[in-house]
Design a binder for this molecule. Sequence first.
Ligand SMILES: CC(C)(COP(=O)(O)OP(=O)(O)OC[C@H]1O[C@@H](n2cnc3c(N)ncnc32)[C@H](O)[C@@H]1OP(=O)(O)O)[C@@H](O)C(=O)NCCC(=O)NCCS
Length: 239
Amino acid sequence: MQTFTYAERPDLALRTGEIEDTLAPFMGYGEVALRHWAKLRPELPELQLILYDDENDRVVGHGRTLPAREADGLPGGIDDMLETWFGDGPRPEADVLSAMVAVVDRGHNGRGLSRLLIEAMRDLAGREGFSSLIAPVRPTWKDRYPLIPIERYARWTREDGLPFDPWLRVHARLGGELLQVAPESMRIEGTREEWEGWTGMTFPDDGDYTLPGALVPVRFAGGRGVYVEPNVWFRHRVG
Ligand SMILES: CC(C)(COP(=O)(O)OP(=O)(O)OC[C@H]1O[C@@H](n2cnc3c(N)ncnc32)[C@H](O)[C@@H]1OP(=O)(O)O)[C@@H](O)C(=O)NCCC(=O)NCCS
């Protein structure tokens, strides 16, 4: 198993369509992400990663990163970092690399591969001259506990002291330090009809709805549904 940047192996970067992720479809409709996500590939290929199974010639994962600034406080999360970097305002002087997402193909989940992507991201941060990688982590089991506040969920631990959540656990095991929560990392908003199309559910009335793959409830008011995804900031120091 090997990792490459998109710049190093553009041939493999073209094959990310081979990766099947487990994210709920509605996660693809964040307004800020729709506007800017696709710029990561052409504008920063040296900061995007492929996980490649060389024995079987399969692209089995990808990792995305973006430079960010933390000197004035941690960014708000995914939307904030995308807008700050790609939006109309002046670009900040970056002092850290941030993970944006790590994905391992669903057929390869549970085999410890995600670690390789985080380690490769941390190496990238070092190569870019940053002293750490930060990551707004999306806890993979939070959708099972959508009514528990993220601040409390993030602190749940097992008997061995490691985080309860499997994905937070991977970060902790690799030496990551839990910093704080990002309560509004990503916003997804749509009409009732759009949400029904994204989820296959019906939303007959205004109110709060829990739904598969959503870390917190989606709130419907006046026929529009708003989902504001919380994440958990981790820091991985380089070297
Ligand atoms: C999060 C993700 C990258 C983890 O990748 P992975 O390679 O499957 O993770 P690992 O094999 O390293 O497993 C991590 C932990 O989750 C558990 N796990 C992951 N997938 C599992 C599965 N299908 N069945 C059982 N356990 C699983 C593992 O047991 C492990 O816990 P442990 O360390 O206590 O054993 C992957 O699930 C994914 O792509 N998810 C969708 C995208 C996403 O949410 N990315 C994160 C955004 S920041």
